[in-house]
Ligand binder design. Structure first.
Ligand SMILES: Nc1ncnc2c1ncn2[C@@H]1O[C@H](COP(=O)(O)OP(=O)(O)O)[C@@H](O)[C@H]1O
Ligand SMILES: [Mg+2]
Length: 322
């Protein structure tokens, strides 16, 4: 099977008078057809630089990259015909209407007038901005503008859509709304490659993701894989009866638990074997007639993953980027 995106040993080095910056440092990965694939990383990690190389906007310094089998260096036209790109800055002209913006995009793609009208109709329905077509872009909210810019990116109905920090600076409600639209595009068969520095976004939206830091891949997998691999799960237990506390504490001593926090009849157990332990705990309680008020198993967040791998918090490392 041809991978939709395949990247081998890709590098980019920026050289200025003062210094040499390895923005992308020998990275390799593949993206499958029809998945939402994310780059999660702090400001300066190399997310935009990678996307700009894959979208033929920046020359590659080392390694190779193929988009649906076409080389980004030698098959530029074929690559461009198969991709859409919404940059960090967005591309909609604030002083033109939504409709005018899309007409211009259609012309740039070389579509016929009739084709353009049809596609504008289709996109405004798909991305839910029918009532905004005659509005000037400068009057739109951040979320509305981003939807129009997605439409510009996919007017020619490409196989792959690149989205660079699409939701940065938007409030949660608008971000969640955009996530729903991105999922809809994926469900219609499009492959989505997005970048973000929002942990919850990478977690909620990605089928698979790469965590990038200083131009290097530090982890990759599904959000669940990543969280399972490097961090803990937390089991919260609440008992009904005080007299059972002692018995439970004795039992916990026999389990593979890294840390227990207790308060009255509540316990939080940190472990890497959550599911297995929950089963053991249920069994023990049943056997000893211990009544349960509450039990839940939750997973460590991607922030814990980033923290474990880099020793710093992703939340704090991307300051000044919004
Ligand atoms: N045109 C450029 N000239 C010099 N350095 C650059 C240029 N573009 C990006 N960089 C540097 O490359 C690194 C990666 O940047 P970028 O890809 O924009 O990161 P991200 O999108 O993850 O925030 C940063 O250190 C940035 O300063
Ligand atoms: Mg960027």
């Amino acid at each position: 099977m041809v991978k939709t995106i395949s990247v081998e040993n890709l590098s980019k080095i920026f050289v200025s008078k003062k210094q040499k910056v390895t923005a992308v440092d020998n990275i390799s990965f593949t993206v499958n057809q029809g998945e939402i694939f994310s780059f999660l990383g702090p400001n300066g990690a190399g997310k935009t630089t990678t996307q700009r190389m894959l979208t033929t906007l920046l020359p590659v310094d080392g390694g190779t990259a193929h988009i649906v089998g076409y080389n980004v260096l030698t098959d530029v036209k074929k690559v461009r015909a198969n991709i859409g790109y919404v940059s960090q800055l967005g591309g909609a002209d604030p002083n033109a209407t939504v409709c005018e913006n899309l007409q211009l995009t259609g012309k740039l793609y070389g579509l016929s007038g009739r084709d353009i009208s049809q596609k504008i109709k289709k996109m405004s329905k798909l991305l839910d901005f029918n009532e905004l077509l005659s509005r000037f872009v400068r009057t739109l909210s951040g979320g509305q503008k981003r939807r129009v810019e997605i439409a510009q990116g996919i007017l020619h109905e490409p196989k792959i859509l690149f989205l660079d920090e699409l939701t940065t600076g938007l409030d949660l409600q608008n971000r969640v709304n955009l996530w729903q639209h991105i999922r809809k595009l994926r469900d219609n068969g499009m492959t989505i490659f997005l970048t973000t520095h929002y942990l919850e976004e990478a977690d909620a939206l990605s089928d698979r993701l790469i965590i990038l830091d200083h131009g290097k891949i530090i982890a990759q997998g599904t959000p669940t894989d990543l969280k399972k691999k490097v961090s803990y799960e937390a089991i919260s237990i609440e008992l009904k009866n005080l007299q059972d506390v002692k018995k439970m504490k004795q039992f916990f001593n026999q389990l593979a638990i890294d840390n227990v926090i207790e308060a009255d009849m509540k316990f939080t157990l940190y472990t890497s074997k959550g599911e297995e332990l929950v089963a053991n705990i249920f069994e023990y309680m049943k056997e000893h007639h211990i009544e349960l008020a509450n039990i839940s198993l939750s997973m460590a967040s991607l922030n814990d993953v980033f923290l474990t791998l880099t020793g710093k918090e992703l939340r704090d490392s991307g300051k000044g980027d919004e």
